[in-house]
Structures are given as structure tokens and as C-alpha cells.
Design a protein around this ligand. Structure first.
Ligand SMILES: NC(=O)c1ccc[n+]([C@@H]2O[C@H](COP(=O)([O-])OP(=O)(O)OC[C@H]3O[C@@H](n4cnc5c(N)ncnc54)[C@H](OP(=O)(O)O)[C@@H]3O)[C@@H](O)[C@H]2O)c1
Length: 247
């Protein structure tokens, strides 16, 4: 059983703890200000192999440096900091360690990425179809748009040549043809809904992924930690998930 340390003991951290034994990992350390346990360079991390971080972006880099310096690996589920991905990759190489970053650890969502990839390649040639998306999350979500919405948008932009820029803001004007609109709605207790629609004068196709709960994210992060325990390097979860599940 690999030994896991948790950074952040909110909704995700607690759920990972709850399902850990059933998924063949052991939680040996928990760092969260609400648990009166803050990670510092003096923390003894000898009983941890891989850390899983579901916290907030503020201390992400400081915590990552402490972890990597002590030769531990790190799975990062925290979102809202991806403008600094390059900095995190450099940190990983500096300490010759291992990091997996995942904006969405659910297997279903990563399969959804593949479906969107295929669909947008197809609709690239079908000029009658416009494309856009929207996402919904619970009222407690701190960042907007979701990391998943950004990922879906970048898959579409990579494939549909007539769309060149994602537009996540509220528009007080007409959308330009080259803009891909992706809207965010916050409210209620929704674990995460993402929709992509292809619309023509003749019909509408809607691709939808709805998370029923947070368990898919928690299991995905645990499986990623097991995979990483045997490896070094910097990985995006979406690029390795097929390998993790032998797809
Ligand atoms: N990648 C995925 O699959 C996925 C899935 C779900 C959520 N997420 C992301 O994961 C993050 C956490 O989500 P959540 O729903 O679990 O949030 P949450 O319930 O708010 O939990 C975050 C916890 O981390 C604590 N925290 C803040 N700063 C910390 C630090 N420096 N060190 C250790 N703990 C710290 C928070 O304490 P305070 O209350 O004192 O701030 C809180 O207890 C968010 O960024 C969310 O978007 C990702």
C-alpha cells in the first residue's frame, strides 16, 4: 500500500481519506490549517511517498518546493493557477522528482475529452455548425471558468480552425465568429456539469458530462498517485490517463 500525504483537508481531502483503504492506499499525513497542521520545511515527511494536493493556489508553490526538496512526489488537483504551469514544471525538474497536474481527475471526464476531440475534428469540416459550451458548479467553487472548461475549450480550438480564441467573459456585444464562447454558472450543490453544443440551421448536438458526486475525482487522484509512485517527471493527467487505465 503506498503511503499518501494530503495537502488540504476540505471536501476533496476528506473524501480521499474516506475511500483510501478501499482503494489500497494509506493516508499517513494531513496538512490543513483547519486541522492545525501546517506544512513547513521542518515537517517530518519520512512516512509519505506521494502527496495529493486539493487546497488553494496561494501556498501551492511553497508547499510543492518543500515536498519536492524532500524527494517526495506530488499529485495536484488544486485548480486556478495554470498560468504558472511552466514554473511548476521547472520546480519538478530542479528536484528531479515527479508531479502530475490534473484539472479533472475523473475517468469519465477524460474519456469526454477524447469524445470532444473526435467531435471537433469532425465539425471542423462541417462549416454550418457553430460550437460553444457552458459549465455549472456549486456555489462554493472559488475559480471560474473551471479548469475543465479551459481544457475543453483548448481541445476545440486545436481542432476547429474557424475558432481562434476562447471567450469566458459575459458579453455585452455580439459574439465574433472566431470566438468560442464558454459560459460559467455558479450555484447550488452541483459537483460539475460541462456541455458542448454544435448547432446548425438544421439540428443541434449536445455533448454533456455530469459528475454525480466527487468520488470520481478522488479515485482518479488516488490512481494517479499510485502510478506516479513508480516514476519521475512532469505529467498532465489528461496525457497519461489512457496509460493509467491501459486504454
Ligand atoms: N482536479 C480535480 O479533479 C478537482 C476536483 C474537485 C476539486 N478540485 C479543486 O481542488 C481544490 C480544493 O477543492 P475542495 O472542494 O476540496 O475545496 P475545499 O473544500 O475548500 O478544501 C480546501 C481545503 O484546503 C485548505 N487549505 C487552504 N490553504 C491550504 C494550505 N496552504 N495548506 C493546506 N491546506 C490548505 C482549506 O482551508 P481553509 O478553509 O482554511 O481555506 C480547505 O480546508 C479547488 O482548487 C478545486 O477547484 C479539483
Amino acid at each position: 500500500m503506498i503511503r499518501i500525504g494530503l495537502i488540504g483537508y476540505g471536501r476533496m481531502g476528506k473524501l480521499i481519506h474516506e475511500i483510501s483503504e478501499d482503494n489500497d492506499v494509506k493516508i499517513t499525513q494531513i496538512f490543513d490549517p483547519n486541522e492545525h497542521n501546517i506544512l513547513s520545511s521542518n515537517s517530518n515527511l519520512s512516512d509519505v511517498e506521494v502527496f495529493i494536493d486539493f487546497s488553494t493556489p496561494e501556498k501551492l508553490f511553497a508547499n510543492a518546493e518543500i515536498i519536492l526538496k524532500k524527494n517526495k512526489k506530488l499529485v495536484i488537483g488544486t485548480t486556478g493557477w495554470y498560468e504558472n504551469l511552466g514554473k511548476m514544471e521547472n520546480l519538478c525538474h530542479k528536484y528531479d522528482s515527479g508531479i502530475i497536474v490534473g484539472g479533472n481527475f475523473s475517468v469519465g471526464m477524460n474519456a469526454f475529452y477524447e469524445i470532444i476531440n473526435y467531435a471537433s475534428k469532425l465539425f471542423n469540416k462541417l462549416n454550418d455548425y457553430d460550437v460553444y459550451g457552458w459549465e455549472q458548479h456549486h456555489s462554493g467553487k472559488a475559480d471560474s471558468p473551471s479548469g475543465t472548461a479551459k481544457e475543453i475549450s483548448s481541445i476545440i480550438l486545436n481542432n476547429i480552425e474557424r475558432k481562434t480564441i476562447a471567450q469566458f467573459d459575459k458579453l455585452d456585444r455580439k459574439i465574433k465568429p472566431e470566438e468560442l464562447h464558454f459560459a460559467s454558472i455558479r450555484g447550488g450543490r452541483i459537483s460539475g456539469i460541462h456541455n458542448v453544443q454544435f448547432d446548425s440551421p438544421f439540428d443541434t448536438l449536445t455533448l454533456n458530462h455530469s459528475a454525480k458526486n466527487r468520488q470520481g475525482f478522488a479515485i482518479g487522484a488516488i490512481e494517479a498517485a499510485k502510478w506516479l509512485s513508480q516514476r519521475k517527471g512532469f505529467y498532465m493527467y489528461k496525457d497519461i490517463f489512457k496509460g493509467i487505465y491501459n486504454l
